[in-house]
Design a protein around this ligand. Sequence first.
Ligand code: F6P
Length: 355
Amino acid sequence: MKKVFRKIGVLTSGGDAPGMNSVIKSVTCAAIEKGVEVVGILGGYSGLINERLRPLTKNDVAGIVSLGGTVLYSDRCDEFKTEEGMQKAIATCKKYNIDGIVAIGGDGTFRGATDLSIRGIPCIGVSGTIDNDITATDVTVGYDTAMNTVLALGDRLRDTCESHARCNVIEVMGRHAGYIAIETGLALGAIGVAVQEVPFDKEALFKKMKASRDAGQRSFIVVVAEGLGSEFSEGLAKEIEEETGVETRFVRPAHIVRGGIPTLADRNFAAKSGYKAVEVLLDGISDVVICSRHDEIVPIDIKYALILDRMYKNKLKDGDLDSFSNEQIEEMKKICAERKKYFTDMYEVVNAIGC
Ligand code: F6P
């Protein structure tokens, strides 16, 4: 028999991302429209453990879409990873009659959502991370805003580099993924971009920079993904100065890139994802993450999404693929190959046109 949903919860977990509020609004309004009550769970999974709940009305969420961060607050909760923490969370759901949950975040959030789903609390994941590191979805909520923030900062750096005939190395967030770095590197016309996904040719960069300087070019931008480590990015700035003679500064915008007003692309992807999350949850589907695949919003099994991530990172363990059909495995391989090709193609373009 189809489960009847009277009340659902919504939470944000892990690193916050611009656009999370748009998901919260969408989930709240879509559920209320369908006669379902909504409760906001404050501070991610720890709010579920500690019964920090707040009923949400349409009025509560009407004006939140333009706000950065998350009005429900967020954290990374170690207690939730223990069976004891999980049982406390389930007890809260039972006590407050929470029939299902929409969990917004990254892969850690989805692992939590699947653990709850398995234990009888239906959960839907919605991406909310600037890193764009969920392989199952073409984009994540927050990624577009983060890129545009780096772009605005990089343009300002270009101004001052031009005035002073300098180079600026910018290290940008993304955890182990180089999406923000490579996209913004291209958009900023950077002379070099270093990401973990593609081997970085330092000598070629120095050579190109010396030639450009000899030809009279004043300003240079180099973008580095944080995944390469602070020693690498700070060291690169020093080496550029030593090897090319171009005075070089280093900047790490860090969490600045995670805040700010969400872009239209993030808000609308977030809104559609939240709407879809409620639709599938009330339809009796759970343990899925809402993804964008070739411009379509689709639910994808969380286990599939997590194993796909492992395959992409070459971290598959024995038995990981046992429950998947040959067709699914082939599809996973294709997605991984597409992502890898994206980086090599982008790297080639950045190097060909960056100066
Ligand atoms: O996952 C989002 C992210 O901002 C990463 O880009 C970064 O590596 C990490 O979170 C920073 O984590 P924290 O907010 O705990 O410092």
